[in-house]
Design a protein around this ligand. Structure first.
Ligand code: GRF
Length: 189
C-alpha cells in the first residue's frame, strides 16, 4: 500500500477530495499523515474527522526551514511516506525535503502555469483580464511553481464573473483533476 502525506495550510478542500476518492475507489494507498504549518488550519479538523494522523508545527519555534523540514522528515519516515502532495501549503519546499523526495513531491496551482505563479493566482488572472485561466498539477522543484508540468485544465472566465464564482469553479475542477492525477502517479510509480 502506497503511503502519501498531504501538506496544507488552509481549508483542506483538496485534502477532502483526495481522501474521498481514495476510499470510494479503494485505492491501494493511504493518507498516512497531514502536515500543516498552521496549527489552527481547518484542514487539521478535517483530517482528525477522517481519522488521518496530523503533524502541525509552528515555523517560528524553529531556527529555520532546514530545522522544521528535518522535523517533518522524521515524521514522514516514521510513517514510511513515499509521496508528498501539496494542497494549499503556503511555503516553498526546501532542499531537505527535495533531496529526500526527488520527483515525489507534487503541487496544484490555480492558474495555467507558467502564467501567474505565486500568491493569489486567481486575483492575478482577474487583474490582467485574461479570458482563459485554469489549474496546473506539477512536480515541485526549488522554484516558486516552476517544476515540470504533469496536467492542466483550462477554464474560460465569463464576462462579469465574480471572484467568488470563479474560485468555486476552479475548486470544483481541482477536486476532479488532483485525485485523478495522484491516482495515476501512484499506479505508475
Ligand atoms: C487551492 O486553490 C490550490 O490550488 C492552492 O491552494 C488552494 C487550496 O485550497 N494551491 P484547499 O485548502 O484545498 O481548499
Amino acid at each position: 500500500m502506497k503511503k502519501i502525506a498531504v501538506f496544507a495550510s488552509g481549508t483542506g478542500s483538496n485534502f477532502e477530495a483526495i481522501c474521498n476518492r481514495l476510499s470510494l475507489e479503494n485505492w491501494d494507498a493511504e493518507i498516512a499523515l497531514v502536515v500543516s504549518d498552521k496549527p489552527n488550519a481547518k484542514v487539521l479538523e478535517k483530517a482528525e474527522k477522517a481519522g488521518v494522523p496530523t503533524y502541525a508545527f509552528q515555523p517560528k519555534s524553529f531556527a529555520g526551514k532546514e530545522e522544521f523540514e528535518t522535523a517533518i522528515l522524521e515524521q514522514l519516515k516514521l510513517r514510511q511516506v513515499e509521496w508528498i502532495i501539496l494542497a494549499g501549503y503556503m511555503r516553498l519546499i526546501g532542499s531537505t525535503l527535495l533531496r529526500a523526495y526527488p520527483q515525489r513531491i507534487v503541487n496544484i496551482h490555480p492558474s495555467l502555469l507558467p502564467a501567474f505563479p505565486g500568491k493569489d493566482a486567481i486575483g492575478q488572472a482577474l487583474t490582467q483580464g485574461v479570458k482563459v485561466t485554469g489549474i496546473t498539477v506539477h512536480y515541485v522543484d526549488e522554484g516558486m511553481d516552476t517544476g515540470p508540468i504533469i496536467a492542466q485544465r483550462a477554464l474560460p472566465i465569463q464576462e462579469g464573473e465574480t471572484r467568488e464564482q470563479l474560485e468555486n469553479k476552479m475548486h470544483k475542477l481541482e477536486h476532479e483533476l488532483y485525485p485523478e492525477v495522484i491516482k495515476k502517479l501512484l499506479q505508475q510509480n
